[in-house]
Design a protein around this ligand. Structure first.
Ligand code: ZN
Length: 313
């Protein structure tokens, strides 16, 4: 990856959402290139997610230090288990308490991708010097951090959506919502480890907070004016996946065959459009009750894509 590319680590930057509340946005939001965030209190900082690689996480930590020089990060919240949001956990000092949903802790402990990425992506990501670091404190429904003037509420939707352990961070005082991967902004949504119906339900749940600013897990920050459109796009996409799966099952097609019949319409040109194959595998599993076949799903998405999936991580 050369410097100056739209997905280069140097393209990442801090966005001030309100006093002391920041988004860390990494263009272009495609595979493994996530968003994070941080809140600066009087004598400590709260970090929301890390990044996939040592390089990208160190840039995030430098941004926190630039916003509040020398301020220790007391808490790290992981919005879900995926490595693009958690691989950098081990770069935080031992004094940082890592908080996540119980299912996220289980997922991080079970994840082997951090030990060496399989050649599903190209180039094969190099994580750098990171090791598996599971959350110290786990929640099932909700938890509130009282960081001086900042009330930071962590909420689980109550059902699987992007994953089984999604958590949002909601700051009612400034109406900022860190959505994790419940939202992808102009990037193809991914629900293969969650639930299509659950992801659909999570959209109304996010809207119910009436946020002013939403930090999606991938893509540009969303404001209150654009949120309805973004939610409608997610709804349309999830409904397309479900309808394609229902028709595919009726017609006796495999998820890969169904993906090839699917007209993605407005989603055709979004980054990571090949995720339709993974999402259809999830929809098939949800509808039929059969187990989700992860190796087959990844074999199929590589076939569909005519090769490993592109990443600029
Ligand atoms: Zn992500």
């Amino acid at each position: 990856m050369t410097a100056g590319h739209s997905a280069a680590p140097e393209a990442a930057g801090t966005h001030t959402l309100s006093p002391g509340v920041f988004a860390w946005v990494q263009p272009d939001g495609s595979w493994w290139i996530n968003n994070a965030g941080f809140v600066i209190a009087d004598d400590h900082a709260v970090l929301i997610d890390t990044c996939a690689t040592e390089t990208r996480t160190r840039a995030l930590l430098a941004a926190v230090d630039q916003a509040a020089p020398g301020t220790p990060i007391r808490y790290l919240v992981n919005t879900h288990l995926h490595g693009d949001h958690t691989h950098g956990n081990s770069l935080l000092p031992a004094t940082t308490m890592v908080i996540a949903h119980e299912a996220t802790r289980e997922g991080i402990l079970a994840d082997t991708v951090i030990d060496g990425c399989p050649p599903i992506w190209h180039p094969v990501p190099d994580w750098g010097a990171v090791t598996r670091r599971a959350p110290d404190l786990t929640i099932h429904t909700a938890l509130t951090l009282h960081s001086d003037s900042h009330r930071i509420e962590l909420h689980h939707p109550g059902h699987p959506a992007h994953t089984n352990g999604d958590v949002i961070a909601w700051l009612p005082g400034t109406r900022v919502l860190f959505a994790g991967d419940l939202l992808f902004h102009r990037v193809t949504p991914l629900v293969f480890m969650g639930s299509l119906e659950g992801a659909l339900r999570s959209l109304d749940w996010i809207a119910s907070y009436e946020p002013q600013h939403v930090v999606p897990g991938h893509g540009a920050v969303i404001d209150a004016h654009t949120l309805p459109t973004v939610l409608e796009q997610h709804q349309a996409y999830y409904r397309l996946v479900l309808a394609t799966a229902q028709k595919g099952l009726r017609d006796g097609l495999t998820p890969l065959e169904a993906a090839r019949t699917c007209h993605l319409g407005p989603f055709t040109d979004m980054p990571d459009a090949e995720r339709i194959v993974l999402n259809l595998h999830r929809a098939y599993a949800d509808i039929t009750g059969h187990a989700f076949d992860l190796p087959q799903a990844f074999a199929d998405v590589i076939t569909f894509n005519s090769g490993p999936l592109r990443t600029g991580v």
